[in-house]
Structures are given as structure tokens and as C-alpha cells.
Design a protein around this ligand. Sequence first.
Ligand SMILES: *Cc1c(COP(=O)(O)O)cnc(C)c1O
Length: 361
Amino acid sequence: MLRMAEPIIHHRHPEFRAIFKRVNANLKYLFQTEQPVVTLACSGTGGVESTFVSLFSPGDTVVAVNGGKFGERWVNMPRTFGLQAVEVKTEWGKAPSEGQIVAALRSHPDAKAVYLVHSETSTGTATDIKTLAQVIRGNSKALVCVDGITAIGAHEMRFDDWGIDVCVTGSQKGLMIPPGLAFVALSARALEAMEHSTLPKFYLDLRKAVRSHQADDTPWTPAISLVIGVDAALEMIRAEGIENIWKRHERLARALRKGIEALGMKLFSDSPSFAVTPVWLPEKIEWKRFNGLIKEKYGITIAGGQEQYAGKIFRVSHLGYYDELDMMSVLSALEMALADCGYNFDLGAGLRAAETYFATC
Ligand SMILES: *Cc1c(COP(=O)(O)O)cnc(C)c1O
């Protein structure tokens, strides 16, 4: 990652071109696709915006699943651009069902796309993209569009085999580098839709991005240091193997959940993500004090709940460069902070449960 601190090279220089070519090939591997995956200089939200403005025209209908803060964003964003957004709402912590998607498509047969959040970070909830993609394709001509921003690099994603049309991720999540890049994978159907889109766009025009991408180039100055950083991250991902990475995330998530349950705490999500684990804060434990202890005394960062769950749940991340001992550290910090707060439990039970899981699974 220190490669990002090296002197800048010019983006038209062959040295940069060679790096970008490798990045483009490795991104295809990451998404498991033969289709183009374009790199944009913006955060993940900009990547999703590029898809709305580049694929659709004013008045088009899109279905978007809102099961948390990010899903909510993908309902509001298309409305900003004059698209009709049909909201499919799920309770926080619950994944959308096949029935909900089918019903939305039945009542809106003209829907041009369905937007799904693979791993809803605000609720730590995973959506079964493989199954829902089949459902969408079986019931409509709508494009299957996926916010993969915390899922890529944690959850299985087979863009081509599963018939996904659009998948977006960002540099600061599973790709483990600072924020500033978005990556957008586009199917042949998505590329075709771009040809008919009339919404105004300029900087985030995917048609321009795809055209440049064919020559391993970008329409505008790329975020050179970040591209160099992601090159190193993608080489790490190649070396470990994408399937091993999916398995590692699942294993860490499952062990952590075992540990948390052994402490008598309850998991928040019905369909838990492998990238982030949300947990109900036990009654009588005050979030500010608990979080302060974990951060200041034990040196571990966790996140609180958002909106109506602020002060009620906490979230533990395990996306990216994490291993077994990281899970043991976080469980240990949770146990010690719980003990400091006077929570009544069997000290060491969480660590034992997680270690047992690691030793046997
Ligand atoms: C982080 C995140 C985003 C937003 O990405 P930014 O990089 O903050 O723009 C969108 N969706 C999900 C699921 C995320 O976790």
C-alpha cells in the first residue's frame, strides 16, 4: 500500500497504462466477469449515480429495495433525476423476499431495472442476489443492478453466471484502500441500455468510460495514486484467491456470531452479512460508555446503530484484511467492556465459542 506514496507518474505514460491494464483484468476476476469493469474517480455513491444517469431516460421506472440507509439512498437518488422509483421496503435486518420482488414487477411491468443491496451495511443484512437475479430475469426484462459496495470481496459474486447487469463497489470497502474510487461492472444488456439513455450526464457518463476502457484508458485524469493502490490490493486478492476470500469472510463472520451468542447477546439480522455483524446492545448497557471503553481502553473500533437503532445496536466489521485473531481480539474487547459495564455473563464464553468454531470448522 506504500506504493501510493511514490511519486506520481503521468497517466498517459506506458508505465501507468500497464498498471491500469492489470487492474482492469484483475477487476474482472474480482467480479467474476468477462464484461468491462470501469473505474471512476468518485466514492461508491458516485458509481451508483453513474448507472442511473447512464442507463435510463426521464420517466423510466426503476424498482429499488429499501432495507436500510443505503437502500433508501437508491430510492431517493433516481427520483432526483426524474425517474419513477418504486420502493420495495423491508424491515431493517430482513432481506427482500422473492414474493416482494415478483409483486413489484407484476404491478410495474415497465420497470427498466431492479436495484438490490447485496450487503446492507446499516443493518448487516445480506440479500440472496443469485436467487433474486433469477426471479427478476424470469419475470421481466428489468436489468439486475446490485450495490455490491460492502459485498464485493466478502460475499460470493458471479456476475456473468448469475446474470447480473450492473454491480458497483468502492475502493474503501472490500478493496481495503482509501476512499475515492468506484468500480462498475456492466453486462451486454447494460451496455445496450446506455445507447438509448437520454438523462443528462457528463463526468459520470459510462458510455465515455466504457469507450476509454477498451483502450485501458480513462476519459478524465484518473486518481492515479488510488489506481496504483488498488493494483496492489487486487494482486493480494489474486494471490489469496477469490473463493478463499469468500470462505474466509464467511468463517470469520460465523465464528464471531457464535462468540456473541455465547455471551448471551442477540444478533440483529435475520440474514447476516459476512462483512459486518450487527448485535443488539444488551439492556442496561449504555452505548456511549460501552463504545468509549472499547475504543479508548481496548483500542478497537466498532460502529453504532443508525437512525432508529442508534444506541440500540452496535456493528462489528470484518471486511477485508482480517483473520481469526482479529475476531478473537474484538470478542475479547467486547467481553472486557461488558464486564466493566457490570453485564452478567460467563467471562471467556465468547472466546471459547469462537475458538471452538475455528478449531472444528
Ligand atoms: C459504503 C456504502 C455505500 C456508499 O459508498 P460511499 O463510498 O460512501 O459513497 C453504498 N452502499 C453500501 C452498501 C455501502 O456500504
